[in-house]
Design a protein around this ligand. Structure first.
Ligand code: ADP
Ligand code: MG
Ligand code: ZN
Length: 617
């Protein structure tokens, strides 16, 4: 059977996503390959489809036991003979896995790295193995964000299967991480497949943080009943924000390393099974969350790097439907990251430089009044749009800048404003904190100000009209552009003008300043959302909700996560096109033969308007 035919029959998809076919062909040819595709890019299919071709066994090394069972369940939904081996497996199921392996029925086997490295599988696997896939391959690299020592030993294990092709897969890989993967996994003249990092269905926004909880709630309220993740910096932040969201009636739970394992597991389980809408978490949460209908990710604090941001925000919208990613920025977050990094470990000069660059990059991303899709793509070394062509009048149509929610000041105005802010900092001589300089610019008198004679300065009240949020944001924007700095060596953080800042006051250098625009009432919807909404009527929405409830009931009964049954994009398709027969259902994207057999009648009944959910006990 041709790959396209297997894709349609097993998964119900008509066409491959970018680079899937190339990866699959490499596997068929027995060639090693590296696959870099963004989250939601469909990496699993690259090794699952070869397993479905009946040519032999496919092994998948995956670092996350929690995820493995769901992945196996999803592969079985596509009709694959899939199993997993990991330390949490009970004796009975384990025997079954071995039996399947020994009688040659297993097509796809997931293992944890520890399990593989223990060595007792080599003999059973080696004769039938055609492909060894290493998922989350960035874990081999110190340069990545999730280094795992046992990943470094994987080549030892892979060397037991000299005839099997190797496939390494990851979502975000900078050139350094890529090099590391190729080397550490000893890929042999590999085909390197690098997808475009852009996620067109994500709407990116970055705003200065003014009122954290209120701003978080703006996004949460836009998505009633939908799944979302709110990231905060510290455990305390998490607890505080979660408590306030709960008070507002939001279905949510906190998640951080200070909770015990059972509490964390419960929160994660409830979220994945759609019994909980929102998780408020530190970055301890996320890897191993494959819930595909996360509709938004809000960063209540600034993440550590653009790589972290890409990874964390990327958990939204895996199903390809529109999703919101909002970052609330404050320069003080960067100082907190710096402080933490330096406290924990003794940093080499090289690592310190790397850290400073990461902080600078994420700061620039957050405050530059420039298309965010463009900034992210360019950060990962790719042009935007992918073909490098013009962006068109509406820009990407899916970020705060292109949607007109953040406005860049015209060049002359930006320069003038910057000079006003800088001259106040200059006059304060680096002896005061940000708050003092803000008060100076806003013309707020105080005893201290009078004692210093600063209330008589020309800069006193120079930006009174702009208001405090704008002035604070401009200071942050000037910090990330290196015109101002906050000194840390003192007991109190002091705001100081830099040499570049003094040069800018003499019109040497470029500056960009932006300002969030107060959203107008009945504000326009992002283009991506409009496209879906146009074909989606009120009645479809009700049907969609009912289909979701049926899916949850089916998932409960089968003991799997709802996204394993099928994703939201498939349900949207059913709700919009209302198939009446199993044949028509087969035409829906994501409904393969096995799924239609197993669940078709339930979905068809819902479309036909049969009221009760057949499964709910
Ligand atoms: P990744 O591991 O790259 O983040 P997944 O393998 O989890 O991505 O796939 C993301 C989503 O894309 C899944 O819901 C999957 O069913 C869907 N998908 C995969 N391949 C295709 C395809 N060819 N056409 C449409 N959807 C696809
Ligand atoms: Mg994956
Ligand atoms: Zn844009």
């Amino acid at each position: 059977m041709k790959p396209e035919e297997i894709l349609k029959k097993r998964w119900g998809y008509d066409s491959f996503k970018p680079l899937q076919k190339e990866a699959i062909e490499a596997a068929f040819e027995g060639r090693d390959c590296l696959v870099v595709l963004p989250t939601g890019g469909g990496k699993s299919l690259c090794y699952q489809l070869p397993a479905a071709a009946g040519k032999g066994l496919v092994l998948v090394v995956s670092p996350l036991i929690a995820l493995m069972d769901d992945q196996v369940a999803a592969a079985r939904e596509a009709g694959l003979a899939a199993d997993a081996l990991h330390s949490n497996l009970k004796a009975g199921p384990k025997r079954e896995v071995y039996a399947n392996l020994n009688n040659g029925t297993t097509e796809l086997l997931y293992v944890s790295p520890e399990r593989l490295l223990s060595g007792d599988l080599y003999e059973a696997i080696a004769p039938r193995l055609v492909l060894a896939a290493v998922d989350e391959a960035h874990c081999v690299s110190h340069w990545g964000h999730e280094f795992r020592p046992e990943y470094r030993k994987l080549t030892e294990a892979l060397d037991h299967f000299p005839k099997a092709a190797r496939m390494a897969l990851t979502a975000t890989a900078t050139p350094a991480v890529r090099e590391d993967i190729l080397k550490q996994l000893a890929l042999r003249s590999p085909q390197v497949l690098i997808g475009h990092p852009d996620r067109p269905n994500l709407v990116y926004r970055a705003f200065p943080r003014r009122d954290q909880v209120k701003q978080v709630l703006e996004t949460v309220h836009r998505h009633p009943g939908e799944g979302g993740i709110v990231y905060a910096q510290t455990r305390k932040d998490v607890e505080r924000i979660a408590a306030q969201l709960k008070k507002e009636g939001v279905s949510c739970a906190p998640y951080h390393a200070g909770l015990n394992a059972a509490e964390r597991q419960q929160a994660q389980h409830d979220f994945v099974n759609e019994r909980l809408d929102v998780i408020v978490a530190t970055i301890a949460f996320g890897m191993g969350i494959d819930r595909s209908n996360v509709r938004y990710v809000v960063h209540a604090n600034t993440p550590r790097s653009v790589e972290h941001y890409q990874q964390e925000s990327g958990r939204a919208g895996r199903d390809g439907l529109p999703a919101d990613c909002t970052l609330l920025f404050a320069a003080s977050d960067l100082a907190a990251h710096r402080w933490l990094a330096k406290k924990d470990i003794h940093l080499s000069a090289e690592r310190t430089r790397a850290l400073e660059k990461q902080l600078k990059d994420i700061g620039r991303y957050a405050v530059a009044p420039v298309c965010r899709h463009g900034l992210l793509s360019e950060h990962f070394g790719e042009p935007y749009p992918a073909d490098g062509g013009p962006r068109g009048e509406a820009g990407c149509g899916a970020c705060d800048v292109c949607l007109g929610e953040t406005k860049g000041l015209p060049e002359a105005e930006a320069r003038l404003t910057a000079k006003k802010v800088l001259s106040a900092a200059w006059r304060a001589e680096g002896r005061y904190g940000t708050g003092y300089v803000v008060n100076l610019l806003l013309g707020r008198p105080s005893d201290r100000m009078a004692a210093n004679g600063h209330d008589a300065l020309q800069v006193f009240g120079l930006l009174k009209e702009a208001g405090e949020p704008a002035v604070r944001s401009w200071i942050d924007q000037l910090i990330v552009q290196d015109y101002l700095e906050v000194t840390e060596d003192d007991e109190y953080p002091l705001l100081r003008i830099t040499a570049a800042g003094r040069a800018l006051c003499q019109d040497k250098g470029e500056v960009r300043l932006g300002l969030p625009v107060q959203p107008a009432k009945g504000k326009k919807k992002p283009a991506a959302l409009k496209k879906v909404a146009a074909t989606f009527l009120q009645s479809d929405e009700e049907l969609f909700d009912r289909l979701r409830a049926i899916r949850r009931a089916l998932a409960d009964k089968a003991g799997v996560a709802p996204y394993v049954i099928c994703n939201d994009a498939t349900l949207v398709d059913i709700a919009a096109s209302k198939p009446a027969t199993p044949e028509a259902l087969l035409d829906i994207k994501g409904m393969g033969e096995k799924r239609v057999q197993k669940y078709g009648q339930f979905f068809l009944d819902a479309v036909a308007g049969k009221r009760e959910i057949p499964l709910a006990d």
